[in-house]
Design a protein around this ligand. Structure first.
Ligand code: ADE
Length: 482
């Protein structure tokens, strides 16, 4: 991450950034700092950069031309990329910096920070160069430099490689709109105060529960306003072979540290009615089968009931296309009280091919999933004040049911140990417990039974389908989101 800071006091920025963790990151080259002294671009022989305000009044105003030239000196370097970097003006009149904005800014490759002084900067140059107005809080500083340092520090923490493993705590405060739990170190007793018992025993489950409880208690006491914004996240997924689950988990992990997972691959869970309040977020994830949602006896997600609850739908596919799946999911969930605020179609390994979607989600996919997670947070924040907006997604929400080409399944009874794994794991109860035969009318061809069979008694032959898919759909597709 490259920070360019346009300022009249470069040493203020240099000193702060080249200290402690950001200093180490700058040395390593994980972040870089380029301060630009606006005075160097003065158009006045006395190197003045300010003048009296039109209309009178106290204080001086920074002239537009030196600021413009300083900005151009860095923005022009990027001209060949076609895209100018975001230019942030630090001002008490801006959007108050929060963790969502910090994470959003951390995804940029470079940022230009503009620091004002005196009474401010001529409005016309702000109109010309500024993309974002950011405040660090509702108080007025003498200039934007300290605010720029705060922003650089907060953003740098999210730049990969800036924090060491020990420094990047698992449970980052604020990220989930919860404050951190209290910390203790040796000695066990200090001034008659004992370290809480639970932390000394090493039972990780209990420690986690205690920390969560303390986080909530602390947030309730000290920052009830944050608790209001905290939104429990549930990810409900259907994933017979694990691909959808993986994509859903990566995305969920970018959104929250405390998710609840509902594995709807389990029939029992698809039968249970589960209600969501408007204060929660649902992520619904399913694989694409022949361009549609898999058809199960208890329709996927039909047991989930919202109450104006925001949801994100995810249709994971094996590099051919998601076709109507997102539209189907959106319609189904919106009929059940959810508002679909976002939709995404990640690419995962195809169940009938070892080539299509191989290694996906990859590093590039993770970046897109993260970007969409930050976008989702932004939509949630906006929705709190303005109401949630239902997103448009491509596809037919009511497609004709498709007759899937049957895939030939094989079963070698000589290898079978009758462990019953396939019977128990089959998401649609299609395998007979007694005969181990597959009921063709129920089978989804999801290949779960093949995957779970340790004895390798189950297999399948889909060479025709595979050949067709690999001939037509082997160019890797990029994740789309809406
Ligand atoms: N410049 C002066 N006060 C400021 C604030 N609160 N935030 C950002 N920039 C500023």
């Amino acid at each position: 991450m490259k920070f360019h800071v346009l300022t009249l006091f470069p040493e203020m920025i240099e000193n702060a950034v080249h200290t402690s963790i950001t200093g180490r990151a700058a040395k390593k080259g994980t972040i870089s700092l380029n301060t630009v002294n606006i005075r160097d671009f003065s158009v006045n022989k006395h190197m003045r950069v300010d003048d009296y305000p039109y209309g009178g009044g106290a204080g001086m105003v920074m002239e537009p031309e030196p600021v413009y030239r300083a900005w151009k000196s860095v923005a022009d370097l990027r001209e060949n990329n076609g895209k100018k970097p975001r230019c942030i003006y630090l001002t008490p009149q801006g959007k108050v910096l929060n963790q969502t904005l910090v994470e959003e800014l951390a995804m940029e490759e470079e940022l230009v920070l503009l620091c004002g002084h005196y009474e401010g900067i001529d409005e016309r140059v702000l109109e010309e160069v500024v993309t974002d107005y950011v405040s660090i809080g509702d108080y007025v500083l003498t200039g934007g430099e300290l605010a720029a340092c705060v922003l650089i520090d907060a953003v740098s923490r999210f730049v990969p490689g800036v924090l060491s493993n020990e420094e990047s705590s698992q449970f980052e405060s604020i990220q989930d709109n919860l404050l951190e739990y209290p910390h203790y170190t040796r000695p066990e007793v200090w001034k008659n105060r004992q370290v809480p018992e639970v932390l000394l025993k090493g039972d990780h489950k209990k420690i986690q529960a205690w920390r969560m409880e303390k986080s909530l208690e602390r947030t309730r006491q000290r920052r009830p306003d944050l608790l209001e914004k905290n939104r429990p996240v549930t990810t409900a997924f259907f994933s017979p072979t694990g691909g959808t689950r993986k994509a859903a988990e990566i995305f969920t992990g970018y959104l929250t540290q405390n998710p609840r997972y509902l594995d709807l691959t389990r029939r029992k869970l698809r039968k249970k009615k589960i209600r969501f309040s408007s204060r929660e977020l649902l992520i619904a994830a399913a694989p694409v089968y022949g361009g549609q949602l898999p058809v199960t006896e208890e329709p996927l997600f039909a047991n989930l009931q919202g109450e104006g609850t925001p949801c994100v739908v995810m249709a994971a596919y094996g590099n051919r296309h998601y076709d109507d799946t997102l539209a189907q999911m959106k319609k189904r969930l919106e009929e059940q009280g959810f508002i679909c605020i976002g939709a995404i179609a990640p690419v995962i390994p195809h169940i009938y091919s070892s080539v299509l979607g191989k290694g996906r989600p990859d590093e590039e996919d993770r970046k897109i999933l993260k970007k969409f997670a930050v976008e989702t947070k932004k939509r949630l924040e906006k929705g709190r004040t303005e109401g949630f907006a239902s997103v448009q997604v491509p596809g037919n929400p009511d497609p004709e049911p498709k007759q899937m080409k049957p895939v030939k399944k094989t079963f070698d009874s000589a290898l079978c140990t009758n462990c019953q794994s396939c019977v128990q794991k089959c998401p649609v109860n299609a395998i007979s417990q007694e005969t181990l035969e597959i009921r063709g009318d129920r089978c989804l061809n999801c290949m779960c039974c093949v995957k779970v069979c340790k004895a390798k008694a189950r297999g399948y032959d889909c060479s025709q389908v595979r050949q067709y898919l690999e001939t037509h759909y082997s160019t890797p597709r990029k994740i789309e989101f809406f």
